[in-house]
Ligand binder design. Sequence first.
Ligand SMILES: Nc1nc2c(ncn2[C@@H]2O[C@H](COP(=O)(O)OP(=O)(O)O)[C@@H](O)[C@H]2O)c(=O)[nH]1
Ligand SMILES: [Mg+2]
Length: 440
Amino acid sequence: MELPAGLPDWGMILSLAILLSALVVLVLRLVQHLRAESRRRPGSPLPPPGGADQGSASGMGSGLDDPAPPGPLSSPVPGSAFGQLDSVGLVGADTAGLGEAELAGLAGAEPAGLTGAESAGLTGAESAGLAGLEQPEAPASRLRRLRARLAGSKSALGQALLVILSRDQLSGADWEEFEDSLLMGDVGLAATEEILAATQTAMRVEGAQADPAATLRRVLLAAVATKTGRGIVSQGLNGNPGVILVVGVNGSGKTTTVGRLARLEVAGGNTVLLGAADTFRAAAGEQLSIWGERVGVSVVRGPEGADPASVAFEAVAQGIERGIDTVIIDTAGRLHNKANLMAELGKIKRVAGKRTPITETLLVLDATTGQNGLAQARVFQEVVDVTGLVLTKLDGTAKGGIVIAVQKELGVPVKLVGLGEGPDDLASFDPELFVDGLLS
Ligand SMILES: Nc1nc2c(ncn2[C@@H]2O[C@H](COP(=O)(O)OP(=O)(O)O)[C@@H](O)[C@H]2O)c(=O)[nH]1
Ligand SMILES: [Mg+2]
C-alpha cells in the first residue's frame, strides 16, 4: 500500500508556514519601526538655532546663524502636493479624515527606504526644484540692512521738529509750528499733545543746557514705548502649532506679509504651513503659493469661492497633524461694511481656533494711508482682538508718525515693519532704530 501522497508534504508545509510567519512578523516589526521614525521626523525638526524660547518669543530674536535647511526639508509635503485641497464646506470629521489619509500615504512612502526630498513625497521635478530653494536672509543680517535703510532715509517729520527746537528763543508761534509738524507727520492728536507737553517741560527744565536732539530722542522714545512685548508668538502650547491670523484691508500688504513672515520663521529654524483663506480671488492663493514654493513651505488652499473659514480650519488641522511649528493664515480684506467684515472675520477666527488657540492676530496697515488707515484699524480692532500691528510700506512715507498714532489709538504694539519691496524687507519693529531713523 502506498503512503498517502500528502503525508511527507504536510511536514514540509508546516515548516514552510513557520518560516513564513516568522518572516511576516519580522517585516511587520520593520515597517512599524520605520513608520514610527517617519512620524517623529516631521514632528520634530532640528531645534531652532537660538533655542525654542528665543524662537517663540520673536521671529527676529531667534536663529542668528544662517538659516538651516530644516524648514524646507522637514516640511512634509511641498505646496503643490496638497496645494489644492478641496476644502469647500469641509469642517470637523471630514477635514480631519482628509488629513489622516494624506498622512497615511506619507507614512507608507517612507519605509520604502526613500530619503531626504523623496521621503517627503516629492516627485522628480519637485525635488529638482528643492535644490533651487531660496535661503531667506538671517534675522541679524536683515536688521543691519534695515537699520542702514532707515537711517539713510531723510525724515521730514524728525527734521522739521529738530529745526524748530534748535531755535534760540522758542515762542508760542514756534510751539504751534512744532505741534503742526507732529500732526502733519501723522502722529495723531492725542500723541501730539503728549509729545508737545513733554518736550516743553524738558526744554524748560534743561534751559540753556538743552540738547534738542537728545531731548527729542528721549520724548519720542517714550511716545513709541508700549507696555506689551513686540515678539511674535509663533509657537503654540502642548506641541501644537502657533497660529498667526493676518488681517487688514485690500492692498495693505497682507499676502506679502504672510510670505515674508514665513521666510522669517524659516530663517529662524521653524517649520511653517500657510493657509490661503483669501478665497475670493484665485490669484490670491496663487500669490501665496509662489511665496511658499520659494522657501519650500506648503500652502493649504481651497477652490475659488470656498468658505475661507474651512480653509483656515484645514490649515490648522494639517499643521497639528504634521507637527508644524507655525501656521500662518492669509485672509481677504473686503471692507464693504462692518457687519459683513465682522461676520466673515469673526467666523474665520472662531473656526481656525477650534483645534488650538490662535496665538497672534496681526493687523496689517499701509503706512502711507495715514489717518485713513487709522480709521480702518479701529474697525478691525472692534471685529477681531488684534494682538500686533504690521506697518507696511514705511519706505514709502516720510511721515513715520503713524507708528506712534496707531499704537496709541489701538493700544497694540507695532511688531513688524515693511521697509521695501524685497522678499526679506520685513523686520521686527525696533523703537530705538525707528526714532534714530526719524532724527537722522
Ligand atoms: N514698497 C513697499 N511695498 C509693499 C510693502 N509691503 C507690501 N507692498 C506691496 O503692496 C502691494 C499689495 O500687497 P499685497 O500683499 O498683495 O496686499 P493684500 O491685498 O493686503 O494681500 C504689493 O504690490 C506689494 O508688493 C512694503 O513694505 N514696501
Ligand atoms: Mg492678499
